[in-house]
Write a protein that binds this ligand. Structure first.
Ligand code: ATP
Ligand code: MG
Length: 289
């Protein structure tokens, strides 16, 4: 069974989609079979791969609100070994439409069955909210990957996210793990980036990936060409960083399966993350800077 990872952060514009598209590409390039689910009504993951959503007859809308399975809506992403399940603008109404559905938090988990066996990794690109689409993703996922922008209110947003993760664990998905926190848009020229990075590391310890994604114009340009960074500018710092992140994700997976008490590392991680919900963690980083 493939590992199912929800890329989530209710804050907008922190690099969720950029991380999903480029991590998926790096994992596929490393020989893994990857499926990306574009759960955001904005559809940025599809455009990041240059896939035209308007040409799709069936989308994740028909999965979450209808009776389609994820495997019914999968299309090629343009990257070898990487497939995409596109979303639709109609997903924007899903939160309201789902409200009256039975098992409304488990619609995605139900429809994913079978698809995970065909992939090594299934990555969900979540919308910037903690609504029902994100809750469906967290309920269906093995773990959550949290992109965190190196900016002022980073920790404040993380505290709220972790409170939600704990609720999902208590009520819907007790085995949900933390894949890790990835620092994005790191600008080595600013003290703020360095301050935020060290603050996030001091709260979340080994849950934070060593790899830091630099702020890079090339990364922000790539989607306008419908290309992951590895195809747009393979030698750029952003492309190298996402390859390094993929290597870390693979190494964490290898150490999980090598460990006799699988999940021990992630349990420690979970405890760290929960302790970070302390009120002082909600202080904006750099308030004193
Ligand atoms: P949303 O919450 O709206 O879904 P998101 O969390 O998915 O946003 P992205 O769309 O990945 O965030 O990134 C937000 C913007 O920042 C985009 O224009 C993207 O191209 C740009 N961006 C992402 N990562 C970087 C980076 N490392 N360097 C420079 N620009 C970046
Ligand atoms: Mg996005």
């Amino acid at each position: 069974m493939g590992r199912t990872i929800a890329c989530a952060n209710q804050k907008g514009g922190v690099g969720k989609t950029t991380t999903v598209v480029n991590l998926a590409t790096s994992l596929a390039t490393a020989g893994r079979r990857v499926l990306v689910l574009d759960l955001d009504p904005q559809g940025n993951a599809a455009s990041g791969f240059g896939v035209d959503r308007s040409a799709q007859t069936k989308t994740l809308y028909d999965v979450i609100l209808g009776d389609r399975m994820v495997s019914d809506v999968v299309v090629p992403s343009g990257i070898e070994r990487c497939d995409l399940a596109p979303g639709s603008v109609s997903l924007a109404g899903a939160e309201v439409e789902l409200a009256a559905s039975p098992q409304r938090e488990r619609r995605l988990a139900r429809a994913l069955a079978g698809a995970t066996a065909q992939y090594d990794f299934v990555l969900f690109d979540c919308p910037p909210s903690l609504g029902l689409l994100t809750v469906n993703a967290l309920t269906a996922a093995d773990s959550v990957l949290i992109p965190t922008q190196c900016e002022y209110y980073a920790l404040e947003g993380l505290s709220q996210l972790i409170a939600t993760l704990n609720l999902v664990r208590d009520n819907l998905n007790p085995s949900l793990e933390i894949e890790g926190v990835v620092l994005t848009m790191y600008d080595a020229r600013t003290n703020l980036s360095a301050d935020v990075a060290s603050e996030v590391r001091s709260h979340f310890g080994s849950a934070v990936f060593q790899t830091v994604i630099p702020r890079s114009v090339r990364l922000s340009e790539a989607p306008s060409f419908g290309l992951p960074i590895a195809r747009y500018r393979p030698d750029s710092r952003g492309a190298i960083a996402y390859d390094e992140l993929a290597a870390e994700v693979l190494a964490r997976g290898a150490s999980r399966s090598a460990s006799p008490s699988a999940g021990a590392g992630s349990t420690a991680t979970t405890a760290q993350m929960s302790s970070a919900v302390r009120p002082e963690a909600a202080e904006p980083v750099g308030a004193h800077a």
